[in-house]
Ligand binder design. Sequence first.
Ligand code: HEM
Length: 156
Amino acid sequence: MNRLPLTIAGTNPIRVIYLMTLFGLVLSGFAQMPIFKRYYIADIPGLGWLAQFYVTHLIHYLAAIIFIGISAYLLVDYLMVRRKQIRLSGSGYLRAGLLAGLLMTGIMLVIRNLNGVILPSGLIIFLDLAHLGLVMVFLFTAVTCLMLKKRWTTTR
Ligand code: HEM
């Protein structure tokens, strides 16, 4: 049975939640670094919260939880149902791999932040740079795929 993706008013809600979560992760992620205060963005009325580390940190964690949930749903849906109809494109595999790397380095950074956990300083620097590096590569890849209209999947 061909199960079409759920759409509401022509829009796939999973896609909308995914894009909103990604936006939340990018915004709150960059707010983990003191750039919004340094470049006066947090001085714009209504944006002061962007300079409050613990507020953006909490938003990053909440968005990460939703992101993990969506990723698990899409992975299971693909492996259990959709794999008969569609397969990941080359750029789909690339983006999935980058997001998996972000998820794994992110989880390690969460573990780093837990009380009583002491990771070697070299590993902490690696995780931070890897997380940030993957963000930049993912954003570049996502924008390039958008411009070149590269889809995540192709039909079998
Ligand atoms: C598309 C997904 C994501 C993006 C774009 C993103 C972006 C970022 C950015 C830009 C930073 C700042 C890096 C720095 O301070 O050098 C950051 C930090 C962090 N991210 Fe993510 N992230 C993503 C996913 C995740 C996920 C899934 C998790 C957890 C499971 C996570 C956990 C963290 C943690 C713990 C930090 C460090 C915060 C701190 O203690 O300074 N991130 N993220």
